[in-house]
Design a protein around this ligand. Structure first.
Ligand SMILES: [Zn+2]
Length: 97
């Protein structure tokens, strides 16, 4: 099959051209989602998540200060859920301070 654009579509092309088992697919999806080079990973994101949340809640440029954390939250569902929960808590509690 030739690619009409002449460009290598990379992961997406590989992705569609193979029939993976669901386990393999999950692993490859995970790897695909982690290809952002700025992604700091779960441990580091969690280590600064409270700071990140404070910045977001204060209307600061959290993603600009911590681009690696922003990249990670975009790629990691569980961490994004933690972030959303923490942000909600900060906003609710913040109103009473
Ligand atoms: Zn994570």
């Amino acid at each position: 099959m030739t690619n009409p654009t002449g460009r290598n579509s990379g992961l997406t092309g590989t992705w569609k051209s193979r029939a993976w088992s669901s386990d393999e697919r999950a692993r490859n999806l995970e790897r695909f989602l982690r290809t952002d080079p700025r992604d700091v990973g779960c441990d580091e994101a969690m280590a600064v998540l409270h700071i990140y949340v404070d910045l977001v809640a204060a209307g600061e440029d959290a993603a600009g200060r911590y681009p690696g954390v922003a990249a990670h939250l975009a790629a990691c569902g569980p961490c994004d859920v933690d972030f959303a929960g923490l942000l909600l808590a900060v906003r609710v509690l913040g109103d009473s301070v």
